[in-house]
Design a protein around this ligand. Structure first.
Ligand SMILES: CC(=O)SCCNC(=O)CCNC(=O)[C@H](O)C(C)(C)COP(=O)(O)OP(=O)(O)OC[C@H]1O[C@@H](n2cnc3c(N)ncnc32)[C@H](O)[C@@H]1OP(=O)(O)O
Ligand SMILES: CC(C)C(=O)C(=O)O
Ligand SMILES: [Mg+2]
Length: 532
């Protein structure tokens, strides 16, 4: 791999902002484009208040620059950039503009109230884009790029120029463009891999060669902006960083045009976790990563895949017994990052059919159960049977297993005999329930807020109890139209003691009724014992 950059401290400019010569800093600037390129994801459209909410969270996360939008694109985009520029402090706010005066004027109009406004102007430099899209000769492109930067510079000292499709550009021509735009005043030059075509080593070498060729390169921060068409956006960004780049552009959760942008959370955590290897820092408050990811996912509607690095639901979950045992003994056996660093505080041991006794005992311990070795072994067998049938084993399932193991001696006072429901859109649901007790059929009726509630109230009347329903959950044990409904309820008596009940049936009302009767039997047994 390429050589490490020389490491010295950041320097502060007279305006207080850190502007550094690319290879000389330990610091990598994080330029977030979730609200611009991220919003270019098909199907994503954020309104003003959603964009401001995300921008505020990005500021908390500690990104250095928020690209808030492309002001000329629409009134909505203009207002979002202006709103963020006005309201979000402590971070640079950028607006995108094509290399023309009209776009730059509009961008400045939106940005002018920002604490640190940045105009980001761009123009493609690859033969394919210049010939077919722009339909311009390279010299004209160079001239337009310079004019755009000079014009933007009239408004703000902070001007970024992006050579769109930079990675597919001719190195000599690109070097001329980069040198010229820096001379014109660009303080950041970005070399995007616009179509996600580059390979990490190739891109790293390309960036290094470019930086070696441009004599005034030290007067600007060199940046990259990688797309994920071949799944290499993060790898390419890191290769560029290792070759001297000090600004990385990306989006939260990797959203963006087509296959998306480099995922900021992955770049940041790679730099943090492998600081021993790369030797560079960011200013990111990593504990805010998970919250930011959740917010972006919720507001954009772009679901994060479970196995997505850093922020996916499974990113820190261990399901296999051998891994769980290792993690319980020493986390670093299977965890290269502490999830708390990312702001994830959930339990990372997921119980399933591949789990072992160590994890099972630990979870039961967390739920407050201390089982003898024999009880644990019996419960573990039942747990494995259930895990073979059911994908997600919940804490309620575990409680039900333990309850059944440790309270299996509870005599069954009531047996569900039948229930009938009267329900409809214009009447309050009513249930008639029959329970057998010592061969006697006990019946009663009750109204409820729904059919399940009506059944439960009728059962309460028959058993003469007054209890509180603490929890109700319904899972499908098997898939398909004939799926078995598995209901777990948790009720408590007037002293606050809780009892779990379970019922299984293809009819979910029947499963609900059976679960409740099961819990009620435990509750009345406890009450009868107290009276004796
Ligand atoms: C790699 C990127 O992500 S670039 C950003 C992509 N994002 C977007 O395009 C989202 C916002 N875009 C829009 O709302 C619209 O495309 C607008 C408002 C910017 C422009 O709309 P229109 O004026 O109708 O033009 P349209 O989008 O059809 O075509 C783009 C025009 O800009 C030109 N152009 C493209 N890039 C640049 C550039 N960087 N600088 C100057 N001109 C450019 C094209 O050559 C084309 O010009 P032509 O009309 O002379 O052929
Ligand atoms: C506008 C530029 C930076 C871009 O989004 C790209 O090249 O992908
Ligand atoms: Mg892009």
């Amino acid at each position: 791999m390429s050589q490490q950059p020389t490491i010295i401290d950041d320097v502060q400019e007279s305006d207080g902002s850190a502007r550094v010569s690319s290879t000389n800093s330990r610091r990598v600037y994080i330029f977030d484009t979730t609200l611009r390129d991220g919003e270019q994801s098909p199907g994503v459209s954020l309104n003003l208040s959603e964009k401001i909410q995300i921008a505020r969270q990005l500021a908390l996360l500690g990104v250095d620059i928020i690209e808030a939008g492309f002001p000329i694109a629409s009134t909505g985009d203009f207002e979002a950039v202006r709103g963020i520029a006005r309201e979000v402090r402590g971070v640079a706010v950028a607006g995108l503009a094509r290399a023309n005066f009209k776009d730059i004027d509009r961008a400045w109009e939106a940005l002018k109230e920002a604490e640190q406004p940045r105009i980001h102007t761009f123009l493609a430099t690859s033969p394919i884009h210049m010939r077919y899209k722009l339909q311009m000769e390279p010299d004209k492109v160079l001239e337009m790029a310079v004019e755009a930067v000079k014009y933007a510079k009239k408004f703000t000292s902070d001007v970024e120029f992006s050579a769109e499709d930079g990675s597919r550009s001719d190195l000599d021509f690109l070097s001329r463009v980069v040198e010229a735009v820096i001379k014109a005043g660009a303080t950041t030059v970005n070399i995007p891999d616009t179509v996600g075509y580059a390979m990490p080593q190739e891109y790293g070498n390309f960036i290094r060669s470019l930086m070696e060729r441009v004599p005034n390169i030290d007067q600007a921060v060199v940046s990259v902006h990688c797309h994920n068409d071949l799944g290499l956006a993060v790898a390419n960004s890191l290769a560029a960083v290792q070759n001297g780049v000090r600004q990385v552009e990306g989006a939260i959760n990797g959203i963006g045009e087509r296959a998306g942008n480099a995922a900021i959370e992955e770049i940041v955590m790679a730099l943090r976790t492998r600081k021993d290897f790369i030797g560079l820092n960011t200013n990111i408050n990593t504990e805010e990563i998970y919250r930011t990811s959740k917010l972006v996912s919720k507001l954009t509607g772009m679901i994060v895949q479970a196995n997505k690095a850093i922020v996916g639901k499974n990113a820190f979950a261990h399901e296999s017994g051998i891994h769980q045992d290792g993690v319980l003994k020493e986390r670093s056996t299977y965890e290269i990052m502490n999830p708390a660093m990312i702001g994830i505080n959930q339990d990372n041991l997921v119980l399933g059919k591949h789990s072992g006794r160590h994890a099972f005992r630990k979870r039961l311990g967390d739920l407050g159960y201390e089982l003898s070795e024999a009880e644990l072994n019996k419960a573990f067998v039942r747990f494995k049977d259930l895990a073979d049938k059911k994908k997600n084993i919940t804490d309620r399932d575990l409680e039900a297993i333990v309850e059944e193991e440790t309270r299996s001696h509870v005599p069954v006072k009531y047996i569900m005999e039948y229930f009938n429901i009267t329900s409809g859109s214009t009447i309050k649901p009513m249930a008639m329930v029959g329970l057998l007790s010592n061969d006697l059929l006990l019946q009663d009726t009750a109204f409820g807020d729904g059919p399940v509630d009506a059944i439960y109230k009728a059962i309460d009347k028959i058993a003469g109890i007054n209890c509180t329903l603490l929890h109700y959950s319904l899972d499908a044990i098997t898939g398909g139209r004939d799926a078995q409904g598995d209901v777990t309820v948790k009720i408590s008596n007037e002293k606050g003691k809780s009892f779990i009940g379970r019922g299984v049936s293809t009819d979910i009302l029947e499963a609900s009724a059976k679960a409740y009767v099961d819990a009620v039997n435990k509750l009345v047994y406890e009450a009868d014992r107290r009276e004796e």
